[in-house]
Design a protein around this ligand. Structure first.
Ligand SMILES: C[S@@+](CC[C@H](N)C(=O)[O-])C[C@H]1O[C@@H](n2cnc3c(N)ncnc32)[C@H](O)[C@@H]1O
Length: 485
């Protein structure tokens, strides 16, 4: 069945049916969000151009750039260096509307693979706290990898059902419910659907999803502080999974919730529907937004922005956290921190506001200081795995190298393009001494960069070769070899 046939039930609510049907048959452009600590969009456009990838700025979002649908930026070295995340444009709207602020305490209730968690954490300047909750353990590795690749120190990962996340973990200034859904809005990404293998979503499946979505949104309301905001989003067109879910929650919570206007300047959307299949919804649902691919050349999305009533008051952390004077903020005191700073001569100011944890693990983690979390449930991870504790002398993780290598003034080496490709494939890299851009203390762990950006960790052996320590799990046969698009 063609995608337009499978979605014909939306004909009456789609503002531009023929444009919609045409868009569904074509792949959508690839979009990237730049890492604000590491690169700006103009620089990234130039780097990609060097690899034959043509990208252009995105009018409505200063941090994003757009590539053609057949581009493979995930093979580019800049992807592994954490210079950007791959995130389609419509999927960037929920966090943009949630508007997380530095030092706030935010919850991403359905977080994996973590793109919106990362968007939040970076919008918050790597400060405050983002709790990334995910039900499925099989989806956690992608979330953990994103935290490491982008160097996020303000993310706590928790595995569990969002609907039973304990109140003691909150309250939160803002909660995102990017709910599990039928995913019809993502079909443009998949060749199968575009080529006529689309199937209509089964009604029972839809009912199950709607029931789960209501439980999740209901819990989000309970975890959000008075005056805080809740964003509910899905990548589907079905009113049963969108307006009907929010309508049920508005009925349950009465006047405690208001619906805010969901719009983003420069991004054309249509309003939420207030009637579907003979059912009337709260008229305030017209303030929600719907994204139709025929208009935006993106995927499809739904976003509603809610605010809890009552006296406002930030839900942020205790003593050493938000708002604390600098001298009271954290410092990741640990012998491994001393060893790190002395081997690589990194400005210690880079670590201000961080603390270490947990005790007894394989890695010393650096994480934002002063944010409370109850003893139970225990988190999957909190902060950035920074230093391996079972290796002597000090061995920084790739995550730490991606973040801090550019700041190292000892034991750092710059790789050229061919060496970078070899490094990403974990092949030995012969070293020309002239490449050492800082003094080298002889054999041991070295931070490597390419084009001024952190790339990872290598071991300098006695033969003067660099042995790549690029994580085995990140290696792919095409890493470092982008295909032009
Ligand atoms: C739409 S995806 C989230 C995408 C993610 N926000 C992002 O931007 O990368 C929904 C996620 O919710 C998870 N999920 C499903 N049921 C859940 C539940 N009851 N509690 C928490 N997460 C759940 C799914 O495993 C899936 O990873």
């Amino acid at each position: 069945m063609s995608p337009a046939d499978a979605l014909r039930r939306y004909r009456g609510i789609c503002p531009d049916w023929s444009g919609f049907a045409a868009a569904l048959a074509h792949p959508q452009p690839v979009s990237l969000r730049t890492h604000p600590e590491r690169i700006n969009p103009a620089e990234l456009i130039n780097l990609l151009a060097d690899a034959g990838l043509h990208a252009s700025p995105v009018d409505w979002d200063a941090a994003s750039i757009r590539l053609s649908p057949d581009a493979s930026p995930g093979r580019h070295w800049g992807y592994f260096a954490g210079l950007f995340q791959v995130q389609e444009e419509a999927a960037q709207l929920p966090v943009r509307l949630l508007d997380p602020q530095p030092d706030e305490r935010m919850l991403d209730l359905c977080a994996a693979p973590g793109n919106k968690t990362a968007q939040m954490a970076l919008a918050m300047d790597n400060r405050g706290l983002v709790v990334a909750n995910e039900l499925q353990s099989a989806r956690l590795p992608a979330l953990r990898q994103l935290v490491r690749r982008l160097g996020l120190r303000n993310v706590l990962i928790h595995r569990g059902a969002g609907e039973s996340l304990p109140g003691a973990t909150g309250p939160y200034d803002g909660v995102l419910v990017d709910a599990p859904c039928s995913g019809e809005g993502t079909w443009r990404k998949y060749r199968r659907q575009r080529r006529g293998m689309a199937r209509q979503v089964d009604e029972n499946e839809r009912d199950d999803l709607a029931a789960r979505q209501m439980r999740l949104l209901d819990r989000a309301v309970g975890l959000c502080r008075a005056g805080g905001r809740i964003v509910y989003s899905t990548c589907t067109y079905a009113p049963e999974e969108n307006e009907a879910v929010v309508d049920a929650i508005l009925r349950r919570h009465g006047d405690d919730l208001s619906v805010e206007m969901a719009s983003v300047e420069g991004f054309p959307v249509s309003e939420g529907v207030t009637e579907w299949a003979g059912q009337r919804f709260d008229p305030r649902l017209a303030r929600a937004l719907r994204v139709w691919p025929g208009i935006t050349d993106t995927g499809g999305f739904f976003v509603a922005v809610l605010r809890r009533g009552g006296a406002s008051g930030a839900a942020t952390a205790g003593s050493g956290g938000a708002g604390a004077p600098d001298e009271c903020r954290g410092w990741p005191a640990h012998p491994a921190t001393d060893a790190l700073l002395s081997r690589f001569d990194i400005d210690s100011a880079k670590l201000r506001g961080l603390e270490t944890g947990p005790d007894g693990g394989r890695y010393l983690h650096y994480r934002v200081a002063g944010h409370h979390w109850p003893t139970r449930p225990s988190p999957d991870a909190f902060g950035l795995a920074a230093i391996g504790l079972q290796v002597k002398p000090v061995k920084p993780t790739t995550a730490l190298a991606l973040w801090l290598a550019p700041a190292a003034t000892r034991n750092r080496v710059a790789l050229d393009a061919a060496q970078t490709a070899a490094f990403l494939q974990r092949q030995p890299v012969p070293l020309d001494q002239a490449q050492a851009i800082t003094p080298l203390d002889g054999p041991g762990f070295i931070l490597v960069t390419h084009a001024g950006h952190g790339l990872g960790v290598a071991r300098l052996n006695r033969q003067g070769q660099l042995e790549s320590q690029f994580p085995k799990a990140w290696v792919t046969p095409t890493a470092g070899f982008p295909v032009a698009g």
